[in-house]
Design a protein around this ligand. Structure first.
Ligand SMILES: *Cc1c(COP(=O)(O)O)cnc(C)c1O
Length: 391
């Protein structure tokens, strides 16, 4: 039986009728840009996240760009971020004219290491952009304390973590933050802790639309006002453009789809956590494989293992030969991509994990039988029996 890395069909089947009626009511309404559907979705998200403002935009990438712009970050500024992410993270910083500065990650959480952030702060540093990679909350208590101490803004890249909550348990954190900070942040949704949270509704994300979409969350009225202007050509009032902006609205059709999906999100994320737990149990004693930590609040956008001894690519190939999908997120750290060629020193942890990570099939409704099949094949690969047949 073939097993893809992601199957969106079972989810669609479970909400098909609601989706079709939501789409058809937008078609009947004749309003395709903004309108009440977008406004209602924004209100529902704000309530769900427990944040003052939720502003729909065209993509997660645009949410990052507009978030940075709304904070006044641009030419001459430095933004500290993780090397270990999808390129949209660093690209957004470069595209507003600022310079991405890369601080290495922690090998257990795959997230930015607060100690590495401290070492990269200069007089030009304006912000920190942590990514909650694979749905695992970054070490926000420490990050917020660093930001406070150095008067920096924090933009959270939540493209992979919609619905994740921060419980002060960071695998990268050795208790380096104060208990009062941890308590103050305990239970908050990722994206509502820093100045700006940026979310993506790309179809494969935990809350996925049926096309592109994104959202900015903030508790700051001024940032919200600026973001609302920036997404519509820098105008508060039509044809009274005040600043250079973008055409970056959340499509009305996508807002209608997302309104159907949002009430199901917690259950879907719970499903992903169950899958991760099952994988962890079944893979516990398999040699050569390190499983991810089941951190509280983690929503497992990806279930990512480390394959040791330089065997990752062979294991991936073997799984493929058995019809099992897997992906490498991400083979090349952002700072080593051709676009930044020669500009940055290698960050050793990111560089070495880029050669070890392997993301396995995960979605909320994946059957136990399929998880077992993936695991059986990994066990065979680990037992080394397979390498000869592949090579
Ligand atoms: C998907 C993703 C983005 C970009 O989101 P889009 O909606 O595709 O623009 C940004 N950062 C990370 C970490 C992502 O995974």
């Amino acid at each position: 039986m073939k097993i893809p890395i992601l199957d969106l069909k079972p989810q669609y089947e479970s909400i098909k009728e609601e989706i079709q009626s939501a789409i058809s009511s937008v078609l009947e309404s004749g309003q395709f840009i903004m309108g009440p559907e977008v406004k209602q979705f924004e209100q529902e998200v704000a309530q769900y996240l427990d944040v003052k403002h939720a502003i729909g935009v065209n993509s997660g990438t645009d949410a990052l760009v507009i978030g940075l712009k709304a904070l006044g970050i641009g030419e001459g500024d430095e933004v500290i971020t993780t090397p270990f992410s999808f390129f949209a993270t660093a690209e957004s910083i470069s595209n507003v004219g600022a310079k991405p500065v890369f601080a290495d990650i922690d090998s257990r959480s795959f997230n930015i290491n607060p100690e590495a952030i401290r070492a990269k702060i200069t007089p030009r540093t304006k912000a920190i952009m942590p990514v909650h990679l694979y749905g695992c909350p970054a070490a926000m208590a420490q990050i917020m304390e660093i930001a406070q101490a150095h008067d920096l803004k924090v933009v959270e890249d939540c493209a992979q973590s919609f619905g994740a909550r921060y419980y002060g348990v960071c695998s990268s954190c050795n208790g380096g933050c104060s208990e009062s900070t941890r308590n103050a942040l305990n239970g908050k949704h990722t994206g509502t802790i820093g100045d700006v949270g940026a979310y993506s509704f790309f179809p494969s994300k935990n809350l996925g639309a049926y096309g592109d979409g994104g959202l900015i969350a903030t508790n700051d009225d001024k940032i919200a006002e600026m973001a609302q202007m920036l997404r519509i050509h820098g105008a508060k009032k039509k044809y009274h453009n005040e600043v250079l902006g973008y055409n970056s609205r959340l499509d009305t059709l996508q807002a209608a789809v997302l309104r159907v999906k949002l009430p199901h999100l917690d259950a879907w994320n719970e499903g992903r956590r169950r899958v991760a737990k099952t994988y962890n149990e079944l893979l516990k004693d398999v040699p050569g494989i390190i499983t991810p930590e089941l951190v509280d609040g983690h929503v497992f956008h990806q279930y990512t293992i480390r394959v040791l001894d330089g065997k990752r690519d062979e294991v991936k190939e073997y799984l493929a030969s058995e019809g099992i999908g897997s992906m490498i997120y991400y083979p090349i750290p952002q700072d080593q991509l051709p676009v930044y060629k020669g500009l940055y020193e290698v960050n050793p942890v990111s560089e070495s994990l880029g050669g070890e990570v392997l993301s396995l099939p995960i979605w909320g409704e994946i059957e136990e039988m399929k998880i077992e099949q993936v695991v059986d094949n990994l066990k065979q690969a680990s037992a080394n029996k397979v390498y000869e047949s592949v090579l």
